[in-house]
Design a protein around this ligand. Structure first.
Ligand SMILES: NC(=O)c1ccc[n+]([C@@H]2O[C@H](COP(=O)([O-])OP(=O)(O)OC[C@H]3O[C@@H](n4cnc5c(N)ncnc54)[C@H](OP(=O)(O)O)[C@@H]3O)[C@@H](O)[C@H]2O)c1
Length: 381
């Protein structure tokens, strides 16, 4: 029985993780959760999981005293550092990190230092903090299992194929909500249109990032840190059905693929069970359908190359991209900038950037904070 802390219980991956745990109570005991702004969800989660001992609230609003009174045996921590405090005080075996954004890096670093098992959904941990994470893992017995579907699928394949038989690897990409939208009308896209992903129901940030393809560039970097391939060996295959999640190209030029439904519970389970497949409760039916593959349209998705350019620039550049995208995505969702402004502004920032080489975690925090302010100044807010 593993004692589990779930960070980001109120989010899309968080809610799916709660469902997975609920159907595997013989193996997992949920002892801690974190919530940022959606504190109204806390009572129903506590009702479903009487095993919870601690709730960390990292956002501005705290729960009412009557809720604390109703759940007397639960420790509520309301603080900017609530998540760190929970990780430092609560006994646990497995961390599910389902936070969105840069906020997810610090808890991952704490869990690595504590030698825990980490089921990692927060891709920013590896994209922004990859070098620091790899260094920390060298002095730790912690293990990271990816939840991201392409990476969980790739893990599945690579666990079963000897490394010297692998030439390079492919992750697939549906193209996001605006894949078929006329190029000359992208400027006028509304948030609702960009949020309407054809295959996956996800949080707002990753859905916008799927429409710009920032998300896919992040996944290339994530795969590099997880599996040790050079960026040039990691390819993106456009595939609109999202049925094939990952492919391995063997040295004999044949391919091995991982196929499955677009159901994040499959991948959450796989990561929580440390790379093992388990029976999925009420699975979505899998249908063999025609599969289509197509070439990535660089004019439609300039962000893909901007992110990889920043990664190649090195140092803190990718932290700058990430902070800028977190602010710009939000401004777009609030109707304050156009969809096409996201990539335009990130490009200007990357071109101007003089990155800090070999940044520490503290350097990344500084770049994150400064970039957020810089972006607001650039858009005149
Ligand atoms: N959704 C998917 O299918 C999917 C697939 C692959 C990878 N991922 C990755 O998984 C991560 C989570 O994605 P998601 O779609 O679940 O996002 P989401 O629905 O937006 O949920 C994000 C979670 O993080 C919390 N949070 C947001 N900002 C925070 C902050 N500054 N400090 C602490 N907590 C904060 C939110 O709390 P409140 O809601 O209470 O504010 C929420 O619980 C992302 O890195 C994403 O790229 C997601």
């Amino acid at each position: 029985m593993k004692r589990v802390i779930l960070l980001g219980a109120s989010g899309s991956i968080g809610q799916n993780t709660l469902d997975v745990i609920l159907h595997h109570l013989e193996d997992f005991k949920l002892v801690g959760i974190s919530v940022h702004s959606h504190i109204e969800l806390i009572p129903s989660i506590l009702d479903k999981f009487p095993s919870i001992e601690c709730v960390a609230i990292s956002g501005k609003k705290d729960v009412d005293d009557n809720i604390k009174e109703t759940y007397k045996d639960v420790t509520f921590i309301h603080d900017e550092r609530a998540i760190d405090q929970m990780l430092e005080t609560l006994d646990y075996d497995l961390l599910v990190n389902a936070l969105s954004g840069f906020a997810g890096l610090k808890p991952s670093l704490i869990a690595i230092k504590q030698n825990k098992i980490i089921a990692l959904s927060n891709k920013e941990t590896l994209v922004v903090g990859g070098d620091i994470v790899l260094k920390a893992l060298k002095n730790s017995t912690a293990k990271i299992y990816p939840i991201d579907s392409e990476h969980a699928a790739m893990h599945h394949l690579l666990m079963r194929i000897p490394k010297d038989e692998v030439k390079d690897i492919y992750i697939t990409c549906s193209g996001g909500a605006l894949r078929d939208y006329p190029l000359d009308k992208l400027e006028s896209v509304t948030p609702q249109m960009a949020l309407d992903h054809p295959r996956w129901k996800m949080g707002a940030k990753i859905t916008i990032d799927s429409a710009t393809l920032l998300n896919k560039a992040y996944e290339v970097i994530e795969a590099h840190y997880l599996f040790g391939f050079d960026i040039s060996q990691i390819h993106v295959l456009m595939h609109k059905e999202s049925i094939i999640h990952a492919l391995v190209n063997l040295v004999d030029h044949s391919y091995v693929a991982h196929l499955g439904t677009s159901d994040m519970r499959t991948f959450i389970q796989y990561a929580m069970y440390e790379g093992h497949s388990k029976i999925l409760y009420e699975p979505k039916p899998f249908q063999f359908e025609d599969l289509h593959f197509f070439k990535k349209d660089d004019e439609r998705y300039p962000m893909f190359h901007i992110v990889l350019k920043a990664y190649k620039k090195g140092g803190s550049s990718i932290a700058l991209v990430n902070a800028a995208s977190e602010v710009l995505d939000q401004l777009f969702l609030e109707g304050k900038i156009k969809f096409t402004d996201i990539a335009k502004i990130v490009k200007i920032l990357v071109d101007e950037d003089e990155p800090i080489i070999n940044p520490t975690y503290e350097d990344l925090v500084k770049v994150d904070e400064e970039t957020r302010l810089k972006v607001l100044r650039k858009v005149g807010l």
